[in-house]
Design a protein around this ligand. Structure first.
Ligand code: CA
Length: 343
């Protein structure tokens, strides 16, 4: 199975006018060369690269007139979003996603070019659910925030259920449980394009007695032709920060009013079948130059990931932390120390 990692890239672009020598006539079109820096220098095949790019005033008025091509002038599947515009309505900042394979050269062309995006992902919304389908999987996100995934894993042209349910559970100090699926406030399609589509779920964890705990935001992103998907999951405490009586905020230290304490937080992905191995993406060890890697273990092992502090430069700025970053324990043995656990 392909690794579900969307890597971080830095894209440098160089502007130059399109040379007159070309297989395709491009009157008044311009071309930018894209250079993708991959710090891991990994083998990348058709992975989504995302970046923003600024345009001069008055040169691009529609995402129909921009496209990504390779050195053979083949148009590459891409997705564009206008982030801001100049006063004359032309594009100032454009968000670009395209499918990148390392070793290829890529260019952005704009001006008198046309781009017809592929029909990569279908998304439709019904009263009780949102359905997302690409060539590899079908996902149903219910309006209560749960999700099921179907795919044809054994290639007999009949799809099977692969994931039965996705939810998060908070356990408070007294052992009471709060479920994301009981307190969903919003389920919507946040982004829908040929390369990726994102469903947003927001809500509050609630107990069976309708008591509330942490707030959450979950984004589930599906990709063109890919069986993997990405869950971005954020916990929030949306209770207000109170005034300490002298005009200063009284929420900077743990335990102050409207702090939320909990003993455990789990993101539960209920699979239809048992699996034999799992893997964790790991970032560099603190204090040495070991590069990013993956930890693969059997499902019989017991895994604990403990993020004690932010892992950044200011990791010990507030009291209550004991070390920089996170540790991974397998069967109670410490296996790894990193900065920020990526899930
Ligand atoms: Ca099947």
């Amino acid at each position: 199975m392909k690794r579900a990692i969307v890597f971080i890239i830095i894209v440098m672009v160089t502007f130059h006018l399109l040379a007159s020598v070309s297989k395709v006539t491009r009157i008044n079109s311009q071309r930018l060369r894209l250079i993708v820096y991959d710090p891991l220098n990994a083998n990348r095949e058709r992975e989504v690269v995302t970046f923003g790019i600024p345009f001069p005033k008055g040169v691009l008025f529609s995402t129909d007139n921009v496209r990504v091509v390779n050195s053979k002038d083949t148009v590459i599947p891409a997705q564009f979003k206008v982030l801001s515009k100049w006063p004359d309505g032309s594009v100032m900042w454009l968000l670009v996603n395209f499918l990148y394979t390392n070793g290829e050269e890529y260019f952005i062309e704009y001006g008198e070019v046309t781009y017809i995006p592929p029909k990569g992902i279908e998304v439709w919304e019904e009263d009780e659910r949102i359905i997302v389908r690409n060539s590899a999987l079908r996902a149903i996100v219910f309006k209560n925030g749960s999700m099921s995934i179907y795919a044809d894993l054994n290639h007999d042209n009949v799809e099977e259920i692969v994931i039965k349910r996705v939810l998060s559970v908070v356990i408070d100090e007294n052992g009471h449980e709060y479920f994301s699926t009981l307190g969903v406030e919003k389920v919507l399609v946040e982004e829908k394009g040929p390369l990726k589509a994102t469903v947003l779920i927001k809500g509050t964890h609630k107990s069976l007695n309708n008591e509330s705990s942490l707030n959450f935001t979950m984004r589930i992103t599906f990709y063109y032709n890919e069986m993997f998907f990405k869950i971005t999951y954020t916990q929030e405490n949306n209770l207000p920060c109170l005034n300490d009586g002298s005009g200063q905020p009284d929420c900077l230290r743990f335990g102050r009013p409207n702090s939320l304490k909990f003993k455990d937080l789990s993101l539960k992905i209920v699979l239809a079948d048992r699996v034999d191995v799992w893997f964790l993406p790991l970032d560099s060890d603190v204090g040495n130059s070991v590069s990013d890697s993956t930890l693969v273990e059997s499902l019989n092992s017991n895994v604990l990931v403990y993020q004690d502090s932010s892992g950044g430069e200011d990791w010990n700025r507030w009291p209550g932390v004991t070390f920089k970053g996170y540790k991974v324990f397998v069967d109670s043995h410490e296996k790894h120390i990193g900065r920020r656990f990526e899930g």
